[in-house]
Design a protein around this ligand. Sequence first.
Ligand SMILES: *Cc1c(COP(=O)(O)O)cnc(C)c1O
Length: 396
Amino acid sequence: MSSNRPSWAPPERLLLGPGPSAVPARVLQALAAPTLGHLDPAYLAIMDETRRLMRQVFATENELTLAVSGTGSAGMEACLCNLIEPGDEAIVCVNGVFGGRMREVAERYGATVHAVEAEWGRAIDPDAIRRTLQEHPRTKLIGIVHAETSTGVQQPMDEVARLAQEHGALLVVDCVTSLGGVPVPTDEWKADAVYSGTQKCLSCPPGLAPVTFSKRAAEAIRSRRTKVISWYLDVSLLMAYWGSDRVYHHTAPINMTYALREALLMVVEEGLERRFARHQLNHLALRAGLEALGLTYIPDRSLPTLNAVSVPDGIDDAVIRKRLLLEYDIEIGAGLGPFKGRAWRVGLMGHSSSRRSVTTFLAALGTLLRELGWRGGSGDPLDAAGAVYAGHEKSS
Ligand SMILES: *Cc1c(COP(=O)(O)O)cnc(C)c1O
């Protein structure tokens, strides 16, 4: 398969898992540009441009916008540790792995967490948040996952955002699997802290976490009674470097910033609306193909960027994933938690969201399922996907 590559070179996979997604050559080339010093004016200009691009992609005017050194989870910690002081009350919505991680992180920074839960695969009911706010009127912050990658659920945000406003609670939103693939209207939501990661719909290698804080959040940070528990993620210290003071805090991951800048440029060049439409179209084509194979979607409201489907009866989840990887060089994700062994998670994020990904994956999966004796389904998955693309071409 990949026999003529040097022994140190990794194989080239088609990345259709829950992240990382495929990284375009342009972004990899940016990573390989000469390393600058972290206070070199040429680097500072690149930081400024990266901040401008992040604001565009987050659809925000927020001054306090930067890339945290670390992956999406570092973005989560940065948002929570700067806004939480020990003893604060917080509502965290939990309907999957990442809501659970948010609860854990909020507790570690000293919050008393009131969890609002929903069944895995279901969105959070805003009425449950409203009731919890009534029970706990001192709630300072509401944390919620916009795109729950463990279940494929897209959380409707409007009602949740309205509740946070009405109550005067800070709204923290996890947009790791939505930013760059699904609209993330930060300012329209009046969200106070939004974080993401580079390796999902931005199609950049993992290593940075774009975050943005509202004016209200900046005010809350300024009026803290206690120091932020994490020195590394203290946003006031970070802004002394990212802002006009340019005070050294920690050495920035210089080359990763080049890569993020290039990835964000690609988002802006494509245009946010066109990019969202591309993700939606490829999702609909994949969905038609998977349903033609007889597979069913788990969530009630599926993300276009992450497709969680049930593993058909009698089919061994791990065998299919292993054969996809080793025989076809295609990576997809396994189920987590209650979905372990019962779900596949197919990511169509950023550069991985393409007609080529959809047809290659459907052809491989269809072949493997047939070989393993699966006789469900009503039609040819490639015909079903092709019909979606043909319909789109006719209508546009
Ligand atoms: C991937 C992911 C994270 C964590 O990001 P890492 O880059 O793995 O640290 C957090 N939240 C959601 C919704 C994710 O999909």
